[in-house]
Write a protein that binds this ligand. Structure first.
Ligand SMILES: [Zn+2]
Length: 108
């Protein structure tokens, strides 16, 4: 059983409001999946992200197009979301991130 802080609880509650017509067990199952997602998508520290933005020179690490402000993402190179080290952080555009994650593509 995971304990929720108020912030997390309210975030999940807002998401859960669209499930009011579902049964309680369906809603609980969905909330647990959402929660796992939230936990799994743990972010890199700001210092790591800033360093990566310098290293990649503002270009996507996969397709090399210029990253659009606020539309790029930071990919966990080894797919391990608890590894927040610099060499595991790669700035990518959202299209590439989707493909990388879906097809489990390795990038350098
Ligand atoms: Zn890209």
């Amino acid at each position: 059983m995971i304990k929720l802080g108020w912030g997390e609880f309210n975030k999940l509650k807002i998401k859960s409001d669209k499930y009011v017509n579902k049964t309680l067990s369906e809603a609980t199952k969905h909330l647990n999946e959402l929660l796992k997602g939230e936990k799994g998508r743990a972010n890199f520290p700001t210092s790591v992200k800033n360093e990566e933005l310098k290293l990649c020179k503002g270009k996507c690490r996969r397709c090399h197009k210029s990253l659009i402000p606020h539309a790029y993402q930071f990919h966990h190179r080894d797919f391990n979301h608890s590894n927040k080290r610099q060499n595991n952080c790669r700035a990518v555009c959202s299209d590439c991130h989707q493909q990388i994650t879906y097809d489990k593509i390795k990038i350098s």
